[in-house]
Design a protein around this ligand. Structure first.
Ligand code: IPM
Ligand code: MG
Length: 369
């Protein structure tokens, strides 16, 4: 029986996680999933309650589970916590990724034709929709390199990448590209950074294992520009931790809203059901709208689909969620972040309910056929 650690976290976390749970529960019977969902504290709420944003009991639960579904962590209330390593982002999210060796972060940015008018890009640029996969290295680079310091006069962050770290993320990206449009763009800053020079050399070494994939390099500033100018030129983008953080937010906005972008963070550990991983929306805890019931739950619901796909080997169930989300969007339902002028937005729970209803009617029509 697969076990899922559910960490709602802060801000809108509990609201969006509640909707993803509804969706998972709605699928259980049809796909014979038999899931055990166990909630645990993470982030600011965990700090308030236990004095640490990643309590040992939460880390232990995560290690014992087959997958983790996470909402979001952090908020202004916690930004000034000292030492900084007890703040939710640095004390919970980054250690979770690092301890669990989740080095491969997959961020699929897709714009369905139904949402084209929510994209800030001109209609002719996004015509036919977008489908870009950002593969972000997640446990190296500036986020984790030592030394790190700040004495008030001088601050230091260190960017380190080793060859094995680059090889393993490159392989993930090439494998992904092989299953999609067979095009991989490796993004770096090789005109300035030594880590990027190594990155580029190693990606091309790995490319020899994938002659069927067309590989190219792009400097990160150019990539930021090209994503807006002509996003349809991209299939899979692979890049280091910080560049991937920035470019994935940019890519998400091209798709209408940060509220639409799911993510999977994977390592190499295999469980009885699939690859162990952590699944979370790419957006943050949005404290400005927390508690209002207006957040878009779709990024979290789509993250649950990724969880089913990668960690539970339940491809059919993942596809069912993705097609339910597509049909809800086709029917015109919009949360505030993706509504355009003239459209009346629905709330978080209504959106979740609509996805569940679409799943159920899809299930019924399949049973009839
Ligand atoms: C993300 C977030 C995190 C990151 C923050 C919250 C630490 O922006 O998952 O993209 O920078 O990785
Ligand atoms: Mg980010």
């Amino acid at each position: 029986m697969p076990t899922i650690a559910v960490l709602a976290g802060d801000g809108i976390g509990p609201e969006i996680i509640a909707e993803a749970k509804k969706v998972l529960v709605a699928l259980e019977e049809r796909f014979d999933l038999d899931l055990t969902l166990t909630e645990a504290l993470v982030g600011g709420v965990a700090y308030d309650e236990t004095g640490h944003p990643l309590p040992p009991a939460t880390l232990e639960l995560c290690k014992q589970s087959d997958a983790i579904l996470l909402g979001a962590v952090g908020g202004p209330k916690y930004d000034a916590i000292e030492p900084a390593d007890l703040r939710p982002e640095r004390g919970a999210l980054l250690p979770l990724r690092k301890h669990l060796e989740l080095f491969a972060n997959l961020r699929p940015a897709t714009l369905s034709p139904a949402l084209a008018s929510s994209s800030p890009l001109r209609a002719d640029i996004v015509e036919g929709g977008l489908d870009v996969l950002v593969v972000r290295e997640l446990t190296g680079g500036l986020y984790f390199g030592q030394p790190k310091s700040n004495d008030g006069e001088r601050a230091v962050d260190t960017c380190v990448y080793t060859k094995p770290e680059i090889v393993r993320i490159a392989r993930i990206a090439f494998e992904a590209a092989r299953k999609r449009g067979k095009k991989l763009c490796s993004v770096d800053k090789a005109n300035v950074l030594e880590t990027s020079r190594l990155w580029r050399t190693v990606v091309h070494e790995v490319a020899k294992e994938y002659p069927d994939v067309d590989v190219s390099d792009m400097l990160v500033d150019n990539c930021a520009m090209q994503l807006v100018r002509n996003p349809r030129q991209f299939d899979v983008i692979v890049t280091e931790n910080l560049f991937g953080d920035v470019l994935s937010d940019e890519a998400s906005m091209l798709c209408g809203s940060l509220g639409m972008l799911p993510s999977a963070s994977l390592g190499t550990r295999q469980t009885a059901f699939g690859t162990f991983g952590l699944y979370e929306p790419c957006h943050g805890s949005a404290p400005d709208i927390a508690g209002q019931g207006i957040a878009n739950p779709l990024a979290t619901i789509l993250s649950a689909a990724m969880l089913l796909r990668y960690s539970l080997g339940a491809e059919d169930a993942a596809l069912a969620i993705e097609s339910a989300v597509a049909s809800v969007l086709d029917s015109g339902l919009r949360t505030a972040d993706i509504a355009v002028t003239g459209e009346t937005p629905v709330g978080t729970a209504e959106m979740g309910d609509a996805v569940v209803a679409a799943l159920e009617s899809d299930g019924e029509s399949l049973a009839r056929d």
